[in-house]
Design a protein. Structure first.
Length: 241
């Protein structure tokens, strides 16, 4: 039998440094310029009816525009009179399994997630008793290969810059049908303002009164459009500095 060593293994020295926040801050001007370039491309993509007129493959980001004159959104018709510049909603569509890194989006391995998401939104608008699908348009940007890693970054950047109402104030447009046994929750404020989605009618919880929500929308829209918003200048004021 081998003789056990009586020598105790030495503990590695502690290599931790004193805390210095500056050593944790990452900055890269090239990344900021890349985001701006991508947003310029997005702003130059064609605008189509909602949903898109043809089925297509790919994942990416999209924006919905309202140009009707019905309150409380009539200001969007004014803001988008000369160009589709102020979306009412911005979203993203990623392949199934993308969040768990189980799926890589390539030209040879594409789904129709972006097209399907636009179709889903069209159904939500059509189901609402006080919205008309003819008042909505969309634009979208498809990401392929390594660039698909930018989908979340671009979505967040545009939301921060444009402050779309259905992202930043009126919550719930992008919601899906709750799972079984979860209808005790309250309907979203979007569903209170725009009743009609069948599954939302089953939600039994309480949401604040519709009149209070409408007053908040009116106040929120007084601020939309005050920042510089040239389609070729995605600086968004402080949002990109």
């Amino acid at each position: 039998m081998a003789k056990k060593s009586s020598q105790v293994q030495k503990v590695p020295p502690n290599r931790r440094e004193p805390f210095d926040r500056s050593k944790h801050v990452y900055t890269n001007d090239a990344f900021v310029e890349l985001v701006k370039d991508a947003i310029r491309f997005f702003n130059g993509t064609p605008v189509h009816c909602l949903p898109a007129p043809e089925r297509f493959l790919g994942a990416g980001i999209y924006a919905l525009y309202y140009t009707g004159k019905s309150k409380p959104y009539s200001k969007y018709a004014e803001l988008n009179r000369l160009a589709y510049d102020f979306p009412i909603y911005v979203g993203k569509a990623v392949p199934k399994g993308w969040r768990q890194s189980r799926c890589v989006d390539t030209v040879d391995n594409q789904s129709s997630e972006l097209y399907s998401r636009l179709r889903e939104h069209a159904r939500s608008v059509s189901a609402a008793s006080n919205l008309s699908i003819g008042d909505f348009s969309c634009r979208f940007m498809i990401f392929e290969g390594p660039s698909s890693d930018m989908i979340g970054t671009l979505e967040a950047s545009i939301i921060k810059w444009k402050r779309p109402l259905w992202n930043s104030y009126l919550d719930g447009f992008g919601n899906h049908t709750p799972g079984i046994g979860r209808f005790e929750q309250a309907p979203s404020e979007w569903d209170v303002v725009h009743p009609g989605r069948p599954w939302a009618k089953k939600c039994k919880g309480k949401t604040r009164p519709k009149q209070s929500i409408l007053e908040g929308i009116e106040q929120y829209l007084t601020e939309v459009g005050k920042l510089s918003s040239s389609t070729m200048d995605p600086s968004g004021g402080a949002a990109f500095t």
